[in-house]
Design a protein around this ligand. Structure first.
Ligand code: ARG
Length: 578
């Protein structure tokens, strides 16, 4: 049971008995410092304001009405009306003992929902670049967390596989194939291929005309064009899937539902919008004007559904996909992990989808936006010449850098072990550096800080895990064999235990808000509290009593399981040594 909820109920009933209105909350929170107790109830101040009472006196009245409880050892009033709560050591010992044999690590499963998560979703015309990293790994961490909490998670990789660029690309592919080139080879480097076709398109008028004609043919379902297009798409998808594997991201082939899969529904979307008098003709185009998103001068926000030439747009496809997600997938929530620069687009699509009835009223549509990835110089992350940085080269460099560090730290490690550890450390570092920052901000990509073994980094947490592992090894036991009861005595044990008991609550927050950094900060606190505990509370020293030793081993076991599970939910692997 969540301690915060227990305390909330307990204090709520005291407040009601004291005659405080039901709408007032006890405001239970974890104390920032141990001299303020373990938890605080700060609701007296707000309640006093509402009923016009003296807050300190009101706090006193709450305490007068508080039933005795085995949870609480003592309470005291501080400052203008804070109530400091000290938990009883017995209660805490008992809670942490039962956590020690709880495989789910104390999570309480919420009512399961159907949750669609749109993430990664790269454009297939080009190779995945550094800019795709954020959506891919933040979305994946949230998907894993929701899965773990028992929701039915439906991943949707809304890949961009349609649009005018593909005319140019398949015209180029056709030409290269006719010269005897093989598709695999020609498309071995998508970035080079793209640049090459673009140059061709800009410099050769005949080629450009052909490329434009191919767009039309493609749209009208011409067999040969479709075949070429499919060849291109398959190879491009294979590039992305290799990255997902390297990145330890859970997206699979059947999560792909690309833009083109909605092509046949786009006419319907337009017709429905016309019937509902939402889409109107404007300079030959079909446009919806949304008053809901009007600017400060009252001009409605225009959403183009169909261009004057007849082509459909990004928004049209997103409306079709939303209808599919609501009607067919039956989503309760639809989460989008997309760059903040697409905020207006998302707002328009959400408002219009509800207005047109494409999505049921009670479906929660959520854009979980994130900032831009910046270089150390504070400018968008680019190559020296201003080009985009390929994701494969970022990952390769991460592993190479990690290998140097691991070999330095552990000179006797055989080479194959170094490379397996380096992969986990390097990839972990890249992912954690991103996940641990508040996603809504821009984020600075910096090799040195992400690969540091100190501070809030993946290597620090992975290292903490190996340290605990080595304790079990020294003791000659497997962590799953450690059972028995915990007895909380020392301050450092108490602080660690209290934190370990919050895992479920932290995951609920990540699930609600889609902010993995909350989990990262939590894991960092666990690792740091564990280090302090380990320093002050010897486990394997000779003079430690058997019962104490076992109690501390259980605490170690829970800390180790929590670190491993938490990192797993972030898509980061742990290892036994590093
Ligand atoms: N392909 C788009 C891009 O690279 C992202 C798609 C996001 N998902 C969506 N349903 N709009 O910018």
């Amino acid at each position: 049971m969540n301690i915060k909820i227990l305390l909330d109920q307990h204090f709520k009933s005291a407040m009601l008995k004291a005659g405080i209105p039901r709408k007032c909350s006890p405001s239970i929170s974890v104390s920032a410092r141990s001299e303020f107790g373990d938890f605080q109830a700060n609701g007296a101040m707000a309640a006093a304001k509402i009923i016009g009472a003296n807050p300190r006196e009101l706090a006193l009245q709450i305490l007068d009405n508080l039933d005795p409880s085995e949870i609480i050892e003592k309470v005291e009033i501080a400052g203008p009306g804070f109530i400091n709560i000290h938990l009883s050591a017995d209660f805490l010992s008992q809670q942490i003992t039962s956590l020690g044999s709880d495989e789910s690590l104390g999570i309480s499963k919420p009512a399961p929902q159907k949750i669609v998560i749109d993430y990664s979703s790269p454009n297939l015309a080009k190779e995945m670049h550094a800019g795709h990293l954020r959506s891919t790994i933040i979305g994946d961490a949230v998907a894993r967390t929701l899965d773990y909490l028992g929701h039915s998670v439906i991943r949707q990789n809304h890949m961009g596989d349609w649009g005018t660029q593909f005319g140019m690309l398949i015209a180029e592919l056709e030409e290269q194939l006719s010269e005897g080139e093989q598709a695999q080879l020609a498309l071995g480097d998508l970035e080079v291929f793209y640049q090459h076709s673009k140059k061709h398109f800009d410099e050769d008028k005949i080629f450009a005309d052909k490329a434009r004609a191919y767009v039309v043919k493609l749209q009208s379902g011409d067999k040969d064009c479709r075949k070429l297009w499919q060849k291109f798409i398959n190879i491009s998808i294979a590039h992305s899937e290799a990255i997902y594997r390297d990145l330890n991201v859970t997206l699979k082939s059947n999560d792909i539902r690309p833009e083109s899969s909605y092509n046949d529904d786009l006419d319907n979307i337009l017709n429905d919008l016309k019937h509902k008098n939402l889409a109107v003709e404007d300079q030959g185009a079909q446009v919806v004007f949304l008053d809901e998103l009007a600017d400060k001068n009252g001009n409605p926000s225009p959403v183009i559904i169909q261009k004057s030439g007849g082509g459909y747009l990004y928004a049209t496809t997103d409306l079709a996909s939303l209808r599919y997600r609501s009607d067919i997938l039956q989503a309760d929530r639809v989460l989008y992990f997309i760059d903040a620069r697409q905020s207006l687009h998302m707002k328009q699509v959400f408002v219009l989808a509800k207005k047109a009835g494409f999505v049921a009223e009670n479906v929660s549509l959520e854009h979980h936006a994130f900032g831009t990835m910046m270089g150390k110089d504070g400018k968008p992350f680019k190559t020296r010449s201003g080009g985009t940085i390929k994701l494969t080269s970022v990952l390769k460099e991460a592993i190479e850098r990690a290998a140097i560090l691991v070999a330095e730290k552990n000179p006797n490690l055989p080479e194959n072990e170094v490379s397996s550890i380096a992969r986990k450390v390097g990839i972990g570092a890249v992912k954690y550096a991103d996940l641990s920052k508040t996603r809504t901000n821009d984020y600075i990509f910096d090799w040195d800080s992400m690969l540091s073994f100190e501070g809030n980094t993946a290597p620090y947490l992975q290292y903490a895990y190996t340290r605990i592992y080595s304790i079990f090894q020294k003791a000659g036991i497997k962590k799953n064999d450690i059972t028995g009861s915990v007895n909380i005595v020392a301050e450092q044990e108490k602080n660690l235990a209290l934190k370990l008991l919050c895992f479920g609550e932290i995951l609920d927050q990540v699930a609600d808000q889609g902010f993995p950094h909350i989990l990262c900060s939590y894991l960092y606190e666990i690792a740091s509290l564990y280090m302090v505990f380990y320093e002050h509370c010897p486990i394997l020293k000779e003079n430690v009593e058997l019962q104490t030793k076992n109690s501390r081993l259980i605490l170690s076991k829970i800390a180790s399981l929590t670190l491993a599970k938490g990192l797993d939910l972030l898509g980061i692997e742990v290892m036994e040594k590093m």
